[in-house]
Design a protein around this ligand. Structure first.
Ligand SMILES: *Cc1c(COP(=O)(O)O)cnc(C)c1O
Length: 372
């Protein structure tokens, strides 16, 4: 007889979330940075890990003080030159990927009888954090250009009184950035009964003139700005996400975090990588240029394309998007079947990978046209 373990009722029959991990030549499906670290950076990371290895019999620094200090200094580059204030280490929290950071936020600020709100289409993990923390989930809608309808957003917040609002900027899968006025309006609408989480996983890719929500931290004590080393920072494999917020918010998360959740190895790797920040981030400008060229190319071919401040592009619409996705995969190009019906998302890779994508898409659509 097959064994059915006593899974929580509402989890029965559910599939675990995740994009297919397929070994194909051109992988443009999970918004990774296509460029790996340089040999100098690899050597520095290896040395840092070797040095941490000598004391792995001990638990790591539970407060990861050195790492919080380095992350605060890194974030301050976005606030000091433009706004004249620094992010302090007691405003910083980190965990194993910003996915864990956000789950901790839901564990601390969500829970039974409480509600989390976001605006669809948006990141498909958000409802899962809500479910796992037994928080009610309410998704409002976005405009047809995927921007926020502020009146609708405010109304929804006033009706639902959420304790957590999740606002990705740039949004995934659409690439849409939020203007600072929208963040301010929602922080004010939510008030002290909730926190507003601006998920800036793709923040470093935003177009010139789009400020980071970090600049708004002094104005709103209920604002949380979440970042990750997984995307622009080219360190998805290390699993390091972090946030900046009021020290009181960081203290609230300390209550729910597991003891020693950040391993000594993770801390050493992240610190070494931060010392190489200029190099690891060095390709961001190149990727933004490649993104804008991809948007232009798709539009020239008559596709609908969402404006993107991220390292991916949402385009469509296809009567049978799965057929297009599969056709690309058959040519060795893996993209993502995600977003509203008919749309597909392609991550921005190297110039060579994008050429392969353009060639494969042209071939797949020509083949479809000849068959119909
Ligand atoms: C990729 C992504 C993250 C980051 O995930 P990590 O756990 O830090 O790797 C967070 N939010 C959104 C919207 C993302 O697309």
């Amino acid at each position: 007889m097959t064994y059915t373990p006593p899974l929580r009722e509402e989890l029965r029959g559910l599939e675990p979330y995740g994009a297919p991990q397929l070994d194909v030549p051109v992988q443009l499906n999970v918004n990774e940075n296509p460029y790996g670290p340089s040999p100098a950076c690899v050597a520095d990371i290896a040395e840092a890990v070797a040095s941490a290895a000598g004391s792995l019999n001990r638990y790591p620094d539970r407060e990861f003080t050195e790492l919080r200090t380095a992350l605060a200094a890194y974030l301050s580059r976005d606030t000091e030159p433009t706004r004249g204030f620094a992010i302090t280490p007691d405003q910083v929290w980190a965990a194993n990927g910003s996915n864990e950071v956000m789950l901790q936020l839901l564990q601390a600020f969500g829970g039974p009888g409480r509600t989390a709100v976001s605006f669809a289409p948006t990141y498909s993990m958000y409802p899962e954090y809500a479910r796992d923390s037994m928080t009610a989930w309410v998704a409002g809608r976005r405009e047809t250009d995927f921007g926020l309808d502020l009146d609708h957003a405010r109304e929804l917040v006033e009706k639902e009184r959420p304790s957590v609002v999740l606002l990705p900027s740039p949004n995934n899968p659409t690439g849409t950035a939020l203007p600072p006025e929208a963040v301010t309006a929602l922080c004010e609408a939510v008030g002290d009964d909730g926190v507003v989480v601006v998920d800036e996983a793709y923040g470093e890719f935003r177009r010139a003139g789009t400020p980071s929500a970090l600049e708004l931290l002094p104005r709103h004590r209920n604002l949380v700005v979440s970042r990750t080393m997984s995307k622009a920072f080219a360190l998805a494999g290390a699993r390091l996400g972090y946030l900046a917020a009021a020290p009181e918010i960081c203290d609230a998360i300390r209550v729910v975090r597991l003891p020693y959740h950040l391993s000594a190895v993770t801390q050493a790797v992240a610190l070494a990588a931060l010392r190489h920040a200029p190099e690891l981030l060095g390709r961001v400008d190149e990727l933004r240029v490649e993104r804008d060229a991809t948007v232009a190319w798709l539009r020239e071919r008559g596709h609908q394309v969402a404006d993107s401040d991220a390292n991916f592009v949402l385009f469509g619409t296809f009567p049978d998007r799965h057929a297009v996705w599969q056709g690309l995969l058959d040519q060795g190009v893996l993209i993502r079947e995600v977003g509203p019906d008919g749309w597909l998302r392609v991550s921005i890779g190297t110039a060579g990978e994008m050429a392969a994508f353009r060639q494969a898409l042209t071939a797949v659509l020509a083949q479809e046209a000849s068959q119909s």
